[in-house]
Design a binder for this molecule. Structure first.
Ligand code: HEC
Length: 174
């Protein structure tokens, strides 16, 4: 079973924006993207705008969670790509730009960032033509190789992510 994204510490406007995309069917209707399809089904339970606002307020007030970095890549290559191809929309610190509905990328776990980049690139997260943000993201990734995507994410997780990396520890003592 695939885990979902971290929601803690993401801005209220972005959470609301994405939940509305699930609710309207701009996300969550692509069977090839199983994680999103599950989320689309789950959204049917969020009935009212008030419930949606309560959820987004709750998660945006929480602190971002530290995580174990798992994505490896070429940091200088990732840094260069980020500066030329991502920073204009996501900010030099990965803080996002609400005025163009561009989310922060410095809160989320690295595996999820990479998973989403792959899905934008292969069209699993941009199936709806009215999803302007998704369409923009797909265009932003044009020409980047799978290794480039890994390197960009490795750079983000090392230099931009707001939480310190969690260290791997042995299995918990029983
Ligand atoms: C033209 C503006 C623009 C550029 C350039 C851009 N992005 Fe985005 N990005 C967006 C927008 C808008 C969204 C929200 C899209 C949506 O609603 O699906 C987004 C979403 C994302 C997400 C999903 C975040 C999440 O929490 O689900 C990731 C990861 C991401 N961008 C990384 C990048 C990286 C890495 C680059 C550079 C290779 C990049 N973006 C370039 C505008 C941009």
């Amino acid at each position: 079973m695939q885990r979902g994204p971290v929601l803690d510490g993401l801005p209220e406007w972005y959470l609301a924006d994405q939940l509305k995309k699930f609710k309207s069917g701009q996300r969550g209707k692509n069977a090839a993207n199983r994680a999103e399809a599950l989320m689309g089904v789950a959204m049917a339970k969020v009935g009212t705008d008030e419930q949606l606002a309560d959820l987004t307020r709750h998660f945006s007030k929480r602190k971002p969670k530290p995580f174990i970095r798992v994505v490896r890549g070429d940091i200088p290559v990732g840094r260069a790509h980020y500066a030329t191809r991502c920073a204009s929309c996501h900010g030099t610190k990965g803080e996002g730009k609400p005025e163009i509905q561009s989310p922060p990328v410095n809160v989320q776990e690295d595996w999820f960032l990479l998973d989403q980049l792959r899905k934008y690139a292969n069209g699993q997260r941009t199936v709806h033509p009215r999803d302007a943000g998704g369409v923009m993201m797909k265009a932003a990734l044009a020409g980047l190789s799978p290794d480039d995507l890994r390197s960009v994410v490795a750079y983000i997780a090392r230099d931009l992510t707001v939480t310190p990396p969690l260290q791997k520890v042995g299995p918990p003592k029983k």
